[in-house]
Design a protein around this ligand. Structure first.
Ligand code: BG6
Length: 473
């Protein structure tokens, strides 16, 4: 078994998905507060207004984390809680995160801070269209500077942007996240600006001499070719260029991958490079790769496209994108992988895919990797005795931990493992039906009930894993 002594056994969350207290103590609206209030945008019109009320219950939650033996907790800061208008510091917001961080530390849990997990201040969306304007680069950098000043000596690992590939593609291409746009060129533009903002934050971090590590978290579904037909292999390579390396190269090398740029050109899509952009990207290279892994992705050449590909969420329990005909459809298409089972939400279950992801990152970048998310979204049942028998989750996590161990033996440097999630929480497009936690939170779409916490069977399983440093799975 291969987990080093300092390996961090952790778990993760995001502000909008847990905090609630949407307008308390000087917090402003985020784009998600506004978006989820519009009927039809989320599953059963659920919002994070109350979420699991972490804002008032963090002490109880941290006590449970301690009982589980958790060594690291990844959480995000809500930008509009720190700055309601995106710029003016709100001391009450700042103090809230001091309290959370101090409570974690006092309980022996390493805090991992995510700077941006999708809840942009609505004020900046209204003022200049958020990620579509270069004005955001300075505002984001200033926000980061405040976080570095306040929490710089308490946080050893910083995650800058969470899943930039997801918030840009779901927001600007698939039109199922705010601002609900579907336009490939606008997606590429917003993404380029997000890259610049990310690089500027990393640059600021270095300039301030923060003694910690910083990286972005990337939602990586490693690409497989469905068959050995050469055209399917090329399609999977194109998918890898445009869906993976297009982000990871920027974080790790400070530049876009050459082939991806050429492929975009053939689709008549261009990146709006301005003087100084290349230098800024080069100055924003990360210390580690944050890896959010849920599933692999299988591809065929566009001409081999099947009608049956089971991708995306199960429509009866989520909001799904209905956008078709995007430019990259000419290059590759998602396909089924007959060797993999699917979750209730049609996500492919593929522990080996995690090993592949870790190995590909290591081969191309030789960076340490923090697994910043991995988990199983499932329906859970609370029994009358207050138990949740989630053996399916235990099985899923066990197989993924084994895959990490194999990848470490293959030569990958893995800093730690944050499961998604610790407590059940609000799922952006699946309400409270899709659960990920070790801790069951008793609420549903209709009612927040009393938000009582229950330990699932997986809670005790993870406790053992941590206690034995991965020896007992
Ligand atoms: C990641 C996000 O994409 O996946 C999380 O960083 C999210 O915020 C998680 O909740 C699971 O996605 P979903 O749609 O199943 O809730």
């Amino acid at each position: 078994m291969s987990f080093q002594e300092e390996f961090l056994w952790g778990s993760a969350s995001a502000a909008y998905q847990i905090e609630g207290a949407a307008n308390l103590d000087g917090k402003g609206d985020s784009i998600w507060d506004v978006y989820s209030r519009v009927p039809g945008n989320t599953f059963k019109n659920t919002t994070g207004e109350v979420a699991i009320d972490f804002y008032h219950r963090f002490e109880e939650d941290v006590a449970l984390m301690k009982e589980m033996g958790l060594q690291a907790y990844r959480f995000s800061v809500s930008w509009p809680r720190i700055m309601a208008d995106g710029r003016t510091v709100n001391r009450q917001g700042v103090e809230f995160y001091h309290k959370v961080i101090d409570t974690l530390i006092a309980n022996g849990i390493t805090p991992i801070l995510t700077i941006y997990h999708w809840d942009l201040p609505q004020a900046l969306q209204d003022e200049y269209q958020g990620w579509e304007s270069r004005d955001i680069i300075d505002d984001f950098t200033r926000y980061c500077e405040v976080l570095f000043e306040e929490y710089g000596d308490k946080i050893p690992y910083w995650v800058s942007l969470n899943e930039q590939n997801i918030f840009t593609s779901l927001g600007y291409l698939q039109a199922i996240h705010p601002p609900k746009v579907s336009d490939f060129q606008r997606f590429v533009n917003a993404n380029h600006i997000a890259n610049l903002a990310n690089a500027s934050a990393v640059k600021k971090f270095r300039e301030m001499g923060i003694e910690a590590k910083i990286g972005a978290s990337f939602a990586y579904s490693p690409a497989y070719a469905q068959s050995a037909k050469p055209e399917d292999v090329i399609a999977a390579e194109d998918a890898q260029e445009l869906q993976d390396l297009f982000w990871m190269d920027v974080y790790a090398k400070g530049r876009y991958p050459k082939i991806a740029l050429k492929r975009l050109e053939t689709l008549n899509i261009h990146i709006d490079f301005q003087p100084g952009d290349k230098e800024l990207l080069a100055a924003g290279v990360c210390d580690f790769m944050g890896l959010n892994y849920y599933q692999s992705a299988t591809f065929v050449a566009a001409e081999n496209k099947q009608k049956t590909a089971q991708t995306g969420n199960a429509s009866q329990v989520s909001v799904v994108s209905e956008i078709s005909d995007i430019p990259t459809d000419k290059l590759f298409a998602r396909a089924d992988n007959e060797y993999l089972e699917m979750t209730d939400w049609n996500w492919a279950v593929d522990p080996n895919g995690l090993r592949v992801a870790l190995r590909r990152i290591t081969s191309r970048y030789e960076l340490p990797i923090l697994i910043s998310e991995n988990g199983l979204g499932a329906f859970d049942t609370l029994t009358e005795e207050g138990k949740v028998h989630d053996d399916y989750r235990i099985d899923f996590l066990r197989r993924h931990v084994e895959a990490i161990s194999e990848a470490i033996d293959d030569g990958c440097e893995v800093i730690g493992y944050c499961t998604w999630s610790c407590q059940d929480l609000f799922s952006w497009l699946n309400g409270y039906a899709k659960r990920y936690g070790f801790i069951y939170v008793d609420r549903d779409e209709e009612s927040a009930k009393e938000l009582k916490r229950y330990k699932k069977d997986s809670f005790y399983w993870y406790q053992k894993v941590i206690e034995t440093n991965g020896e007992q799975l």
